[in-house]
Ligand binder design. Structure first.
Ligand code: PLP
Length: 453
């Protein structure tokens, strides 16, 4: 490290501490340590301001599906900025990037989706879901149907509606939950099914049954929708039992409730199909999309609207009083088009399903012999390691024992970005990863687990 980079790192850290309020951050703690300044990226690697190379096993924040430095995305943004950097899609106007992207999304999403509503982020997407679901039931003459059911430990964003749909206690404690949103327990077999000696499949049916119990408690005539992530990401990569989602679908169908799949993380190939609902074999009415739609190169989100809701909105609803300045931003749409075409060209979805996903699963499974590891789970390019205090007895750590944070600190110091969610260590690396890179990542993960012992 030379003095120029040392000096600029110190200056950046000082200015950062003085002026920048970061998301989800304890600022007093950060100011004591100083932020790590990331300055450059290529393929699956990052470099910090001191020249250290880091393997990014989290794809930024679950989004850089095609990896960093992809020229077609850079060119698309440059071209679009020159041609038409901004125009809105309100007031009877449209533009080619948004139109072409809407058409392409109708091709790559499941067949019930022929329409998209664009937003700027996943949180705005889920806010849109709340308003659209309520609008749908108003149009259908059932305005009492307002309640949306989601899951504890699910994550759906940070706006008022997003944080209410999310099932994170820390967020609910700071700002509450808006009316007409209620939660059920997550399908976490290791915590709830294993202690009762239930098979994963039996537990999946029981966990889905909690939805029916909640519907009956609220009153079916008041329930509008159920929302969930196919695989809970921010909650710790919770891969549900195979029986869970089909049973959720059966229950939603039984009561006529809209099924919403939050595909902000699982979409665009991460689970080995274009969308996580396809991996879980369910047919949602609405899907939230963001992150992987542009591989995070520029912000973009949206809601895929299935025909059931689209027909009501278009044929019966008149004007839907909802939208954002950046709904269908031309540069974001141009980058999304280039990104989706690149996913197609590189055949990345098949790569995840048939090659790199199964290889990641195989290498992850080898971690099960580690003394700190109670369970490993993976789905496509998402993986989780459940840390345990006593392997033989499968005893979990006390919640306040920050073992995950310790492990994460070792990762940080050893050139690996891996995330800690309580006592689960998780990864979601770029889909372009090679087998050699999976091996490199696994060696780093094992080293960091050894250091945490
Ligand atoms: N939904 C899911 C499943 C997410 O993981 C996230 C973000 O991590 C969101 C919604 C919110 O997206 P954004 O941060 O773009 O608002």
């Amino acid at each position: 490290m030379n003095t120029v980079t040392q000096e600029s790192t110190r200056q950046w850290q000082a200015a950062d501490a003085q002026h920048f309020l970061h998301p989800f951050t304890d600022h007093a703690g950060l100011a004591r340590k100083g932020a790590r300044i990331i300055t450059r990226a290529d393929n699956i690697y990052l470099w910090d301001s001191e020249g250290n190379k880091i393997l990014d096993a989290m794809s930024g924040l679950w989004c850089v599906n095609v990896g960093y430095g992809q020229q077609p995305l850079i060119d698309a943004a440059t071209r679009q900025m020159k041609e038409l950097p901004f125009y809105n899609t309100f007031f009877q106007t449209s533009h080619p990037p948004a139109i072409e992207l809407a058409e392409l999304l109708a091709q790559v999403t499941p067949p019930q989706f022929q329409h998209v509503f664009f937003t700027g982020s996943g949180s705005e997407g889920n806010d849109t879901i709340v308003r659209m679901v309520r609008r749908y039931w108003d149009i259908k003459g059932e305005p009492a149907r307002k309640v949306i059911i989601s899951r504890f430990n699910g994550y759906h964003g940070s706006t008022m509606a997003g944080s209410s749909l999310s099932g994170m206690k820390g967020m609910h404690d700071q700002g509450g939950v808006i009316p007409d949103i209620t939660h059920i327990e997550q399908p976490h077999w290791f915590e709830h099914g294993r202690p009762q000696n239930l098979s994963r499949e039996d537990f999946g049916l029981i966990a889905a049954g909690w939805l029916e119990t909640k519907i009956l408690e609220v009153g079916p005539e008041r329930v509008a929708a159920f929302i969930g992530e196919p695989v809970q990401g921010a909650g710790g990569v919770m891969v549900p039992p195979s029986t869970y989602w089909p049973e959720i679908q059966r229950i939603c169908d039984k009561y006529g409730i809209l099924l919403v799949s939050d595909e902000v993380i699982c979409g665009f190939g991460r689970t080995g199909h274009w969308f996580g609902c396809e991996t879980m074999d369910v047919k949602p009415d609405l899907m939230t999309i963001a992150k992987g739609i542009t591989s995070g190169y520029v912000p973009l989100g949206g809601v895929m609207v299935g025909e059931r809701v689209a027909r009501a909105l278009i044929d019966e609803g008149g004007e839907f009083n909802h939208g954002f300045t950046y709904s269908g931003h031309p540069v974001a749409c141009a980058v999304a088009l280039a990104n989706i075409r690149l996913i197609q060209q590189l055949d990345l979805v098949r790569h995840v399903r048939e090659d790199i996903g199964p290889y990641l699963a195989q290498r992850f499974a080898e971690l099960a012999d580690h003394p700190l590891v109670g369970e490993v789970q993976s789905c496509g390019m998402m993986g989780a390691v459940q840390l345990v205090k006593d392997k033989a007895a499968s005893t979990l750590f006390e919640p306040d024992l920050e073992v995950g944070m310790l492990c994460r600190a070792h990762c940080f110091g050893n050139g690996l970005i891996m995330r800690a969610v309580g006592d689960r260590m998780i990864v979601a690396p770029p889909l372009v990863m090679t087998r050699a890179q999976v091996d490199e990542m696994m060696a780093l993960i094992r080293r960091c687990l050894d250091l945490t012992l």
